[in-house]
Write a protein that binds this ligand. Sequence first.
Ligand code: BJ8
Length: 428
Amino acid sequence: MSDATTPVDYRPMWEDLNLDLEMHDALLTAIPQLYKSVFARQQNRPEGMQYFDFVMREIHGLRVKELDDFRKAGNKVVGVFCLYVPEEIVRAHGAWCVGLCAGAEFGYDEAERVMPRNTCPLIKSFMGFKLARVCPYVEESDLVIGETTCDGKKKAYELLAEVQDVWVMELPQMKREKDKRFWRDEVRELVSRVQDLTGNTMTVESLSTAVKEVNDKRRALQRIAEARKADPVPISGRDALLAVQVAFYDDVGRFTEMVNKIADELEERVAAGEGVAPRGAKRILVTGTPMAVPNWKVHDIVEKAGGVVVQEELCTGSRYFDTLVPESNGSLDAMIDAVADKYLGINCACFTPNQGRCDDVIRMAKDWNANGIIDYSLQFCDPYQMESTLVERAAQDAGIPHLKIETDYSMEDVGQLSTRVEAFLEML
Ligand code: BJ8
């Protein structure tokens, strides 16, 4: 890591990436302000979280420079929007993977010129970031890999393909044996596509290394999750969420090392009975649609109201790290199948049926001793909003109080949501 105190002028790099510097400046002014208001005044924050202060300060700086240098050395960067795109396959070809989901209301005017206003904020945001030229990560992506998950995303990729190289993986919508076979084939096509992109051939060794590296990253996040079972809880939900959000684009080795250090600290805290919230603070499990940086709204509301988020059944949560690819050294074919099977096991509401998600939510609420479940959906997200009825029923059957929240990236409803969350916490 370079010296965090040395000021570096990244403007020439942003200019080279053809960013709209004025709009980009506005974004880079807004994010630190929001970050400060959400993270700065936390009591007894783990010291290791300073790394994430640094990462957020450098959100469009150092990490983008690393991608830039990597590409200038002849390597490739692949941008992704969804958990189903296997990072291991990308890395096994010597390329890097970055998550591109956008969590802020930026470039909406540009996005709404090509898609309906009532599109989910996540889709509008990623399209807006691209069209308004404010996201250096998408500009550093030699290829964007999309997937046929929800209807909004799959149609948005057609529009994105007009201005960016895009490859779309077809994700089945069910998990039968024939779907599994289909998905394994689809992952093999991805292997060919990434091979064409990079000019590199994946080997047993390169895939084994990639699997191990990505597993290590997920294992480090699992340690943080495990520590959050304690009461008092040793890390806030805001900080734990931030760690998973950053996992999508940070350097894999550095991130793993830093998160393991935080996990060491958390385990010491648990042993000493120390925490960030008083023992007995109301514990919340959050489930629903992903929360991309800088979307910290729900966690901020819960924790400022005196509750504490102890786990996220989200793509920016357990769905990202709770399962690993087996590290056995079989044939390359067997290893590709193992990668495909791990990813098909993820429980996204785009699947039907998706009972595994309800089962996970209830299991996790029990394991993390949650007093209540907050089911969070982005506006206009049909899959998660429809599924929320099933989540609510599962919570009722398990006797766990449930609060449904539907929101977007604006701050206009924060007052109203705070009132609802406060009432929910009081009732628990
Ligand atoms: S695996 S949750 S990252 S698809 S919120 S864009 S579903 S309308 S993000 Fe997702 Fe992959 Fe599933 Fe996870 Fe559509 Fe809903 Fe918007 Fe969504």
